[in-house]
Structure formats: structure tokens, C-alpha cells
Design a protein around this ligand. Structure first.
Ligand code: F6P
Length: 324
């Protein structure tokens, strides 16, 4: 393999730049020409492809976002879009790809590989940590720490005013950010999409807290929670508890996607970027590089997309025990 390209796609995640850096520097080290594709599959279709060097990735290991920019491409979901993308790769002599992204990115890569045989190896970049085939995804640790910082701050004001706060964190279909920021922030309850928490249980938890003279409570809600978003849940809870309870809602939103990556994410991203590149060189295709029990592993895209990554329900049990 003489020439490869790297791109980021889907929602950005802190640490993507460290991953790009590892792919580019790894390619230079192995004597392979490396190109960057801007804006994910949209840039592939448009031919927004440029040669990179070791210097192109200087001073980015510490930066959030992605220097290659990212997008969720509707056009790549069409056969015409993928044909244009293939034509552009051919025109630039690209023989293999490293795709940094999540589920949508790898679904696209798998279809593309099946149609055109362009070998692609993925590196898992998403704050949601919802990919089977790796213990952690790039950006998750930073997002948890960002959410935790907010939980800590909200706890101060919640305590000063004797308030109940519902804090909504990201995680489209996944409760990983909610569980980890909730445990670390000492939340009274964590609500996740994977496990139904009846509203009666929320009311019960609050009442138990009051009976033990707790004057403020924090409930962390994952955005994909089945009972609704944090605002809806808060309104329904308010209607169910008697008396003068002061409830507030904070939605953390995209603050969780930005910021400098933690040391953990920078190291993880570097390992996964180099792992993806070296897998590609060694002939891997249609797989995602991951780290399980501190070992580099490759998992077929099909499995990373199809297989669930269950949360550890024992952690939810622990939240309940530790919040008494
Ligand atoms: O997949 C990462 C994520 O941040 C999810 O947690 C969230 O649901 C989604 O992306 C938001 O996407 P967008 O930035 O397109 O609004």
C-alpha cells in the first residue's frame, strides 16, 4: 500500500486530532503517502482531499474538535454519492482509508467496501462510548469529565437553594456518560435508555432523601432516556410530588463535545490511530481497531454496528446504594 487517506466523520469527539496525528505520523514513519479528507464522506464526494505531512499535524494533540472537520453525509447514503466518492479516491490514487467515527461512519465504510473494495480500518471516535469492540471510545473520557465538572458546579447551587436538579447529558442511545458522571458526581439517581426507570422510582428516591433530611438532589438523565427528556421528566415529577419542591433542569448539550482531550483520551486516540493504520498496512479491512483489556484488537464493522454494548447494571445498583 503506497497511499492512504484519513478522515473524521459523524459527531466530533475530543481526541480525534490526536488520532489523526497518529495516523499521519505513523504513515510517514512507514514510508506511506498520507492524504487528509475534509468533512468526512461529503469531502470524499467533493474531492476535498489534500496531502498531509508530519508537519500538518504539529501542535494538535492537545486540541479538541477535528482539524479535518466532520459531517454526517446524506449523499454518501446514496449509490450515486458513493460512486462519486470512489471516483475521487481513484483520481487521487488512494488505496486504503482510515475512518475515525462511530456507528454511522462504519456503516458507510462497510457498504462502500462491499461495493468498491476500498479497504478501510476504523478508529472509534464518539463521546457516546456505544461501540462494541472496544472498552472505550475516543472522546468519552473527556465528555465524562466535562459533564462531571458541570454536575459538581450544579451541586453547589442546588445545595445553597435546597433544589432538585435534573441534569441531561449526551448519549443518543447510550447511558455511559450518564452513569459515569452520575457516579463520580454523587448523583441520587441516574436514568439511562438501556434500563427503564419508572417515574414512581424517581419520586420514591426523592421522598426517601427527604425522610433522611436531604435538602437537595441531583438526577442525571441520559438524553436517550425512554421516559422523555429531562425537562419532560422534571415536569411530570413536579406534578407527582406534593408540596413546595423547587426543581430546575440543566441540559449540558454540546459543551460535552468540545474542549481539550484528557490525557486518557490522547493516549487512547494515539494507540487507536496507529493501530488502525498498522492494521490497514497489514491487510486488515472492514474492521475497527479497539482496545479491550489493554490489548489492541480488530472487530468486523458488522459486529461493531450490530452487537450491543451493554452497560454494567451493577453500576446503577451502586448509585442507589451510595445515595442513601
Ligand atoms: O453521537 C454523539 C452525539 O453527541 C450524541 O450524544 C448526540 O445525540 C448527537 O451526537 C448529537 O448530534 P448533533 O451534533 O448532530 O446534534
Amino acid at each position: 500500500m503506497k497511499r492512504i487517506a484519513v478522515f473524521t466523520s459523524g459527531g466530533d469527539a475530543p481526541g480525534m486530532n490526536a488520532c489523526i496525528r497518529a495516523v499521519v505520523r505513523g504513515a510517514v514513519y512507514h514510508g506511506i503517502e498520507v492524504f487528509g479528507i475534509r468533512k468526512g464522506y461529503n469531502g470524499m464526494i467533493a474531492g476535498d482531499i489534500f496531502q498531509m505531512s508530519s508537519h500538518s499535524v504539529s501542535n494538535i494533540v492537545q486540541r479538541g474538535g477535528t482539524i479535518l472537520k466532520s459531517a454526517r453525509s446524506k449523499e454518501f447514503m446514496t449509490a450515486e454519492g458513493r460512486q462519486k466518492a470512489y471516483d475521487q479516491l481513484q483520481a487521487h490514487g488512494i488505496e486504503g482509508l482510515v475512518a475515525i467515527g462511530g456507528n454511522g461512519t462504519f456503516t458507510g465504510a462497510m457498504i462502500f467496501n462491499n461495493e468498491y473494495g476500498v479497504p478501510t480500518v476504523g478508529a472509534p471516535g464518539t463521546i457516546d462510548n456505544d461501540l462494541y469492540g472496544t472498552d472505550y471510545t475516543i472522546g468519552f473520557d473527556t465528555a465524562v469529565n466535562t459533564a462531571l465538572d458541570a454536575v459538581d458546579r450544579i451541586r453547589d447551587t442546588a445545595s445553597s437553594h435546597d433544589r432538585i436538579f435534573f441534569i441531561e447529558v449526551m448519549g443518543r442511545d447510550s447511558g455511559y456518560i450518564a452513569i459515569q458522571s452520575g457516579i463520580a458526581g454523587g448523583a441520587e439517581l441516574v436514568m439511562v435508555p438501556e434500563v427503564l426507570t419508572p417515574l414512581s422510582e424517581v419520586v420514591e428516591t426523592l421522598k426517601q432523601g427527604w425522610s433522611r433530611s436531604k435538602s437537595s438532589s441531583i438526577i442525571v438523565v441520559a438524553e436517550g432516556e425512554e421516559e422523555g427528556n429531562a425537562t419532560e421528566i422534571a415536569e411530570r415529577i413536579k406534578a407527582q410530588v406534593d408540596g413546595d419542591v423547587d426543581i430546575r433542569v440543566t441540559t449540558l448539550g454540546h459543551t460535552q463535545r468540545g474542549g481539550a482531550p484528557t490525557a486518557y483520551d490522547r493516549i487512547l486516540a494515539s494507540r487507536l490511530g496507529l493501530g488502525a493504520l498498522e492494521g490497514l498496512i497489514a491487510g486488515q479491512k472492514n474492521v475497527m481497531a479497539g482496545i479491550i483489556n489493554n490489548e489492541l484488537v480488530y472487530t468486523p464493522f458488522e459486529d461493531t454496528i450490530r452487537l450491543p454494548k451493554p452497560i454494567n447494571e451493577d453500576l446503577l445498583r451502586m448509585v442507589k446504594i451510595l445515595s442513601i
